[in-house]
Ligand binder design. Structure first.
Ligand SMILES: *Cc1c(COP(=O)(O)O)cnc(C)c1O
Length: 371
């Protein structure tokens, strides 16, 4: 019996995506698997385990709680906490043994005071993202000096983050040129590694690889360029499914769903699937998305509710109650990608995947084998 809503994650696909990415890296560069946002909706700990099996050397998250969760799951790989860390979060981050990112002298002072043992620190230069990091190379070098001078801290990395790796190669190169002298300066110290590339930069521009790349979206088999993951040899790891809970006839004039946004113009059959926006099927997809049932695309009819969607099966259908339905993934020869859903509602695959809510159970397998 199919489940109400289910995200099936193929860990073997994550492993293969990582090993394909690793095979493209410039000599000497390693891959850090980014598993923030609960592994982009795939489940952080399981995704991390698969990424390490595929050849990732380290992991990265955005928050202290995410770091703690990975340690609780028994993952011992080097772990970079990329986000800003507040005074409240600092003890959690430190007890997880996370490597931290610094860009102000003030943070380095607080960190040195709180550190119990040697904490590895990466210094961030803002070369154009305009979020975290200092824009001043001189200021970032002073921060790095402070880290290196503190017995409680260890200078581990020089980093930056690209704003346009997926869309504007010229700005990417400008950021890269701003980063180079900073990276060169810090790399003169033993053990310091430079890193800058996200998935898009990793795929597009080998000159961004330095000593490490930080790949998120691509390890899950989604396309950082928002189009077709297959074009980069990436395999989507996640499938989102539901099932047909009811099939009923609609006569011309009958409606389906809130607000009567769908009204049958002809006699047709309507399927109801018990999955909705509380599961992450965004309401903006109302009347603007397909569902794969019995190896065919069928249009979503009417409004997405919190717990249900309705699908127009057409005037003649063999679809029965109980049949599986796919929202993200493939059935027979047809597929619907996270990229396609994203395009339909003006967002990106990242948000579609991260938006699959906690209410949806995750089931893990290796190419169909349980586990
Ligand atoms: C999220 C994140 C990444 C990974 O980005 P993808 O586009 O998913 O590969 C890399 N670096 C930083 C700083 C990030 O916040």
């Amino acid at each position: 019996m199919p489940l109400r809503a289910l995200a099936r994650v193929n860990l073997a696909a994550i492993e293969r995506n990582v090993s394909r990415l690793v095979s493209r890296l410039a000599p000497g560069a390693g891959l850090c698997a980014v598993v923030k946002g609960d592994g982009y909706g795939h489940g952080a700990a399981r995704a991390a385990g698969a990424a390490l099996a595929g050849g990732a050397r380290s992991l990265a998250v955005a928050t202290a709680d995410e770091a703690a969760e990975l340690r609780e799951a028994g993952l011992e790989a080097p772990l970079l906490l990329m986000g800003a860390v507040s005074a409240q979060e600092l003890p959690v981050a430190l007890s997880a043994g996370a490597e931290l990112v610094a860009w102000s002298e003030r943070f380095v002072t607080d960190l040195a005071a709180a550190a119990d043992g040697r904490v590895r620190v990466h210094v961030k230069l803002d070369t154009g993202m305009g979020r975290l990091g200092t824009r001043s190379r001189a200021a970032a070098l002073v921060v790095a000096e402070r880290v290196a001078a503190s017995p409680a801290l260890e200078l581990a990395g020089a980093m930056t983050h690209f704003a346009t790796a997926d869309e504007d190669p010229e700005f990417l190169r400008a950021q890269l040129e701003r980063f180079r002298p900073f990276a060169a300066e810090l790399r003169r110290r033993p053990g310091v590694r430079a890193h800058a590339a996200n998935s898009a930069a990793t795929l597009r521009e080998p000159a961004t690889h330095f000593d490490m790349v930080r790949c998120g979206i691509a390890i899950y088999g989604a396309d950082p360029m928002h189009d077709d993951p297959a074009a980069w040899g990436l395999e989507p790891a996640l499938e989102l499914t539901s099932y047909v809970a009811a099939v009923k006839r609609a006569l011309p004039g009958d409606s389906a769903g809130y607000g009567r946004r769908f009204i049958a113009e002809r006699e047709t059959w309507i399927a109801t699937l018990p999955i909705g926006y509380a599961d992450g099927i965004r309401r903006a997809l109302s009347g603007n998305c397909d569902v794969l049932i019995a190896g065919r695309r069928h249009p979503l009819a009417g409004t997405v509710s919190m717990d249900n969607i309705t699908v127009d099966l057409g005037p003649e259908t063999t679809v029965q109650e109980g049949e599986p339905a796919t929202l993200i993934g493939a059935q027979g020869g047809v597929r619907q990608t996270a990229e396609e859903l994203a395009r339909r509602i003006g967002t990106i695959n990242y948000e579609v995947l991260c938006g699959i809510s906690r209410r949806v159970p995750r089931a893990y397998h290796h190419d169909g084998q349980a586990g």
